[in-house]
Design a protein around this ligand. Structure first.
Ligand SMILES: [Zn+2]
Length: 138
């Protein structure tokens, strides 16, 4: 088996690609992580619009675990995420602190779901703002 240290789930939003990849590189995670890029990052785990949305992201994580046995599953959610704004779960255009507070609610849910499915994995949830500042929510 080819072992990865991390399975990292991020949003597809082009506005954050540079910032997220820079963060992953600076953390030393690049080259030792599976990357799952999906609209909304944690969104489909915690509040899927359709059941198959959750099944789809779980399937991707399962494959990472099965193929590469990562020690840690990391979600990086971001400010002004359209995945959360599509049905006003979190409103678009909130200022950073308010947006981050809203994301923390769903981060806790995502953490619980992942720890239940993968009790032997470390689970961490991060939040990245437009400024590039990254905060560990869990
Ligand atoms: Zn997003």
């Amino acid at each position: 088996m080819h072992k990865a240290k991390f399975c990292i789930i991020t949003c597809m939003d082009f506005r954050f690609q540079d910032k997220i990849q820079k963060y992953i590189k600076n953390q030393g995670w690049l080259g030792s992580c599976d990357e799952i890029i999906i609209a909304g990052a944690s969104r489909d785990l915690v509040k899927p619009l359709e059941p198959f949305h959750k099944e789809s992201i779980i399937r991707q994580i399962n494959l990472s675990v099965k193929l590469h046995d990562p020690d840690e599953i990391i979600i990086i959610d971001h400010q002004d995420c359209g995945g959360y704004a599509q049905d006003q779960t979190i409103l678009s255009g909130l200022e950073t602190a308010k947006d981050q507070t809203e994301h923390k609610i769903y981060a806790k849910q995502a953490y619980e779901i992942l720890k239940k499915d993968y009790p032997d994995k470390i689970v961490s949830i991060y939040y990245i703002a437009f400024s590039g500042e990254v905060t560990k929510l869990i």
